[in-house]
Design a binder for this molecule. Structure first.
Ligand code: BMA
Length: 870
């Protein structure tokens, strides 16, 4: 029999042993758990060829560990492992249970993630079936377990035959894998336009036995009332599944961020529910990064029986804040408000960090979040084609101040919302996920889906209501408006309304007033087109190749001659969202190279092509971001596609699969800086408007210095301005008339160097180009550097004899993190970089291996000045 589903605090689990909750009530809790994770066995269903498996995990990583398959990420090995998805796979293990556990009134098998079509057996008896990887499945095992050795077996059926049959009965229009939308399984597992098709299965989250008496906690909802200044009132709603148990009590204790324990409140349960109110005086508010601190309060809820015996307990770390989405009106774009203050969303789109989710470690996930904050981001959109992210990712966001745009996991497809079984399944999924995540202060908005209702007047593709579909439009979506509303308004919206009424919900992106702007990448327009779009831009992006070390990880030496070599192209997916598609990476590679050549000269060799593609990507996204930040509040969000990667390859990411920063990530730190200085050249009147954009909540005061040089570095003019910029404001603060210089020198021989110094973090520098980079008459900058070492601290100072654009440091073969890269260095203004090395090097070793390069060094110097774009 299947029990209602709920989440437990993971804090209760201790690996492979019994854990007992200790509380401040008189006795220990009766809730006990036994972790069943660790070493299992797996075999293809029907065969008897068992080998070791790891739980949580998946069949691909188990086969890989058993050396039964090659690395699916290497070259085109993905093709060689497709057979895995055609088979069923069975996992099994034995475990011991003692009398202690068996004597409890309730004994459940608790599975936090089964991917996807699973049949669960204990001691040979079928307990039930699962059909949704996003749900938590519980089974009553009280009558089945015996003292001593017990067995568990979980059989996973292949999803492919199921979706093929359903798809042949009723076609679901999609640009993902045909029929994939019939199963509640991570959409990008079937392939996406940045990742492989590796349709896996397995026990992908924790699995354990849970035993308890009398009752356990079901949900804890914490509502906040900020209406009285100087206090925040918390309303804590506690519920248990066991509605008829008499005499249950709850006790709520709040610990402040500085460790002070506030007076506990007790509330008796009636009909399985209790409500308690607590007032927090002098509340410390939670803010997104850059706006303030992230103090976290801990709310501990204990459940006890009539005798005061502790039955269950859970802890939620919350932040005191209000966050809402202000809808788009005629006069203002959609935007976020936190604690009553609007803010400009600066960030990117997050996708699963590995095609096999269980491989992502807590440390890796935290590093991605820390890297986002280090680059002055305050927002990440957790895109709808992946999975509901782990608690540890949200905890990092809470602690670091990332505002999360949280998509429910529906993307780029029609879904069978006409099927009531599908809707019931999805409703339960939403209930569990919202209950698990609703206390996180980082979640700013929940969103029903990605690009299912995608109205863009005049475009060639869009998801439109079935009734508006003409003949011959087989590419278009056909999710009818009633179906769409049933799923995204009534079902998901209804769950949000009842379980997280204080959190904003929008039905879809971009049907909530945000903009996905793809005319540059998909439409082939130049970067200048970004300036024609305004509002809250939640997706736009341009691809680049990864760094040489990452390319080396998935290719053989003979592949590394040309970005068109089959293995390099194979890892570019923009026109091949699944293995079903015929493109071999040619179309996307051409798109990159076309825009690279529109903006830059021809790269001289393979590695230069990789680096130059990154400079081009950073150049385009920086151009867009500067424009949108400058015009705030006309635009209020810049969330580029995409932050990270799911495998090593060519994509829109700024941080690659191995966590290596591309040029874009380094530049993001500059173009998202709290105070941004930038310039806009008007070719008609020869002036450069000087902009100062501030996200600071207080006025900013400082000095803006500008200098004009020619490409040889000769100074042709300079000046400075004392500037006061108001809080959260962007405006032109000055103008430089370059009319005469442009006439005498030509726009292709001039650079404008800007620096705003507001002290500490409030500094910003920039270079204004008056022509496309490819037209600039660059000189060899003759870069040189000095290295100083103090303990494990390495400082590199780079000097340029002539202006050097997009200067970067690299140590081939060594994993290094540089404090900055892809910066512009003027002659006479040496630039300091810090580097962290994973293994120490002597100063002389470093001097020998370190490379300092710039745009100039990527060019084939014979490529000339007049480049034709094909
Ligand atoms: C969007 C996203 C993704 C996709 C990206 C690049 O529209 O929502 O589905 O990967 O564009 O094409």
């Amino acid at each position: 029999m299947k029990h209602p589903i709920r989440f437990l605090s993971l804090a209760l689990i201790v690996s492979n042993t019994f854990s007992v909750v200790t509380g401040s009530f008189s006795n220990a809790s009766t809730l006990t758990s036994l972790d069943l994770g660790g070493v299992w066995q797996v075999s293809a269903s029907g065969s008897n060829d068992w080998f070791a498996a790891t739980v949580p995990g998946c069949i691909h990583t188990d086969l890989l560990a058993a050396k039964r398959i090659p690395d699916p990420f290497y070259r085109d090995n993905e093709k060689r492992v497709q057979w895995i998805s055609e088979l069923g796979w069975t996992y099994r293990r034995t475990f011991q249970t003692g009398d202690e556990m068996l004597k409890h009134e309730h004994l459940l098998l608790h599975c936090e993630g089964l991917d996807t079509l699973a049949t669960v057996l204990v001691n040979g008896v079928e307990l039930g079936r699962a059909d949704n990887m996003y749900r938590l499945w519980e089974f009553d095992v009280k009558k089945l377990l015996k003292p001593g050795t017990n067995s568990i077996e979980i059989r996973f059926d292949p999803v492919l035959p199921v979706i093929r049959t359903k798809e042949s009965e009723q076609h679901l229009p999609t640009w993902q894998y045909s029929g994939a939308a019939y199963v509640r399984k991570m959409p990008c597992n079937f392939g996406w336009d940045w990742g492989p098709t590796l349709i896996t299965c397995g026990i992908w989250r924790n699995i354990y036995l849970v035993a308890f008496d009398t009752a356990r906690l079901d949900g804890v909802q914490i509502l906040q009332d900020h209406s009285q200044s100087g206090t925040v009132k918390l309303t804590v709603q506690v519920s248990t599944e066991e509605k008829n148990q008499a005499g249950l009590n709850s006790r709520i204790t709040v610990t402040t961020p500085d460790g002070k324990i506030l007076n506990p409140i007790a509330a008796a349960l009636a009909g399985g529910n209790a409500t308690a109110e607590l007032v927090i005086a002098h509340p410390k508010l939670w803010w997104p990064a850059g706006m303030g601190a992230q103090p976290l309060y801990t709310v501990r809820v204990e459940l006890c029986d009539a005798q005061g015996k502790l039955l269950d307990a859970t802890q939620k770390r919350i932040g005191l804040r209000t966050i809402k989405i202000v809808e788009q009106t005629d006069s203002e774009p959609m935007h976020f408000m936190v604690n009553g203050m609007p803010f400009f969303a600066k960030g990117a789109n997050w996708i699963p960090a590995d095609a096999f989710p269980t491989r992502s470690t807590k440390a890796q996930l935290r590093r991605y979040m820390a890297d986002a904050v280090a680059c002055n981001m305050n927002t990440l959109r957790f895109w709808g084609g992946g999975y509901y992210e782990d608690n540890k990712l949200f905890e990092a966001c809470d602690e670091l101040g990332i505002c999360v745009w949280m998509d429910f996991k529906f993307a780029c497809s029609t879904y069978p919302a006409y099927d009531t079984n599908f809707l019931t399944n999805v409703r339960q999924e939403a209930v569990e996920q919202v209950k698990r995540l609703r206390h996180h202060p980082s979640i700013g908005v929940w969103c029903g889906n990605n690009e299912i209702m995608f109205f863009r007047g005049g475009d060639t593709w869009q998801w439109i209501p079935r009734e508006k579909i003409g003949q011959n439009e087989s590419n278009l979506g056909k999710m009818s408006t009633p179906d769409y509303n049933r799923l995204f308004k009534d079902t998901l919206g209804g769950v949000m309304q009842s379980l997280a009424p204080q959190t904003a919900y929008v039905t879809g992106s971009p049907d909530c007033g945000d903009v996905h702007y793809w005319e540059v990448w998909h439409g082939g327009k130049p970067f200048e087109a970004y300036r024609e779009i305004h509002g809250f831009i939640s997706e736009f992006g341009f691809q680049s190749f990864p760094v040489p070390a990452t390319v080396a990880a998935f290719t053989a030496p003979e592949d590394r001659t040309n970005v068109y070599s089959p293995a390099v192209k194979y890892h570019e997916r923009s026109n091949r969202a699944s293995v079903e598609s015929p493109d071999d990476g040619q179309i996307g590679t051409d798109k990159i190279m076309k825009i690279v050549r529109m903006n830059f000269r021809a790269p001289k060799d393979f590695e230069s092509t990789l680096w130059l593609s990154q400079i081009n990507q950073a150049f385009g996204i920086e151009f867009a971001a500067e424009g949108w930040r400058r015009e705030m509040p006309k635009s209020m969000g810049c969330v580029y596609w995409q932050y990270n990667d799911t495998w090593p390859g060519t994509s829109w990411s700024s941080v690659d699969y191995f966590g290596r920063w591309k040029a874009l990530q380094f530049r993001a730190r500059h173009f998202y800086s709290p105070v941004l200085v930038s310039g806009n050249f008007n070719a008609i009147n020869g002036t450069v408007a000087l902009w100062l954009t501030s996200d600071e909540l207080k006025p900013v005061q400082g000095k803006l210095n500008w200098q004009v040089t020619d490409l040889a570095g000769k100074e042709l003019g300079n000046g400075s301005l004392n500037v006061i910029q108001a809080a959260q404001k962007s405006s032109v603060v000055g103008s430089i008339d370059l009319g005469k210089l442009v006439q005498s020198q030509g726009a292709t021989n001039l650079l404008v160097w800007l620096k705003f110094d507001g002290g500490g973090k409030l500094t910003s520098d920039n270079v204004v180009l008056l022509a496309r980079p490819k037209e600039l008459q660059l000189h060899d900058p003759q870069l040189s550097f000095t290295v100083s070492v103090s303990g494990t601290n390495y400082t590199i100072t780079v000097h340029a004899a002539k202006p050097a654009l997009w200067v970067w440091l690299n140590i081939p073969g060594v994993s290094a993190r540089f404090s900055d890269n892809f910066v512009h260095v003027a002659p006479g203004v040496p630039m300091k970089f810090n580097v962290q090395l994973t293994k120490p090097m002597s100063r002389s070793e470093l001097l020998e291996t370190l490379q300092a390069k710039s745009l100039f060094s990527t060019y084939n110097q014979n490529s000339g000045n007049t480049i034709q774009i094909k």
